[in-house]
Ligand binder design. Structure first.
Ligand SMILES: [Zn+2]
Length: 247
């Protein structure tokens, strides 16, 4: 393949721009907030699950509380009823009076036990309510962190994208100066050589694979026409001759 030496030199400019674009794409993938957001999303899901569990515990305890209150009220009603019978003076048998009094005493002990149980449920409920409030606050805090990280990520993306647009603009000016066949060869090599397809021959060394050419290779290149497109024998990249090639 032949190409004007000026076009070959322009290929080095194109390579430099494509290398920068590759670095920018890498930087975009490695924006720290991307990993941070992935971690925050996992954390948010965990916290939401925890919040649901705690809220469920609260409603279970609320139901338990309602039942405990009803239990106390029911026994209290019975005491009131029994006390009413006593106070009305309708029972005259000493035996019946004694039975009634014993029942009232027993019901009072029962109320006391039920109230203890009610208090215990109330303490558990208050504890669960506090945990639920904390869980809701944690969910909100993580949501806030996510918003902040998204904002920082988008700002980083915008910076990178602006730089990409600038480099692509420059690239669009360079491309027309390179013949189509040389450009096609460049694109093909780029795909198999880690993005680096064109390298300068600098002081007898290939800037692509960093190997120093043998004297035989150098004299072969020296003998080539200036518009011949030379390839590195080692890495097969396009080797561009410059004033500093050491030929
Ligand atoms: Zn090479």
């Amino acid at each position: 393949m032949r190409a004007d030496p000026a076009a070959q030199l322009r290929l080095l400019d194109l390579q430099a721009l494509d290398t920068v674009l590759g670095q920018l794409a890498h930087r975009r993938r490695e924006v720290p907030q991307v990993a941070e957001l992935a971690a925050l999303e996992v954390r948010a899901a965990e916290l939401r699950d925890h919040e649901v569990a705690v809220r469920t515990a609260v409603s279970d305890l609320e139901r338990e509380m309602t039942k405990a209150e009803a239990d106390v009220a029911q026994v209290r009603d019975r005491i009131t009823r029994d006390q009413g019978i006593l106070d009305a003076g309708a029972v005259h048998s000493a035996r019946q009076l004694e039975d009634l009094q014993r029942e009232i005493d027993s019901l009072r002990r029962r109320v006391s036990d039920l109230e203890d149980a009610e208090l215990e449920v109330m303490e558990k409920l208050e504890d669960a309510q506090a945990r639920a409030a904390a869980a809701t606050a944690d969910v909100a805090a993580v949501a806030e962190s996510r918003t902040a990280a998204e904002r920082a990520r988008d700002a980083a993306f915008a910076d990178i994208d602006a730089e990409v647009a600038r480099v692509e603009g420059e690239r669009a000016r360079v491309v027309p100066e390179i013949p189509a066949d040389l450009l096609a060869l460049y694109d093909r090599i780029r795909q198999t050589s880690g993005g680096l397809a064109a390298a300068a021959l600098h002081r007898g060394r290939c800037q692509g694979c960093q190997l120093t050419l043998t004297p035989a290779d150098l004299s072969r290149i020296r003998a080539e026409a200036v518009d011949e497109v030379v390839r590195c024998e080692e890495c097969r990249r396009i080797l561009v001759r410059t004033d500093e090639s050491g030929l």
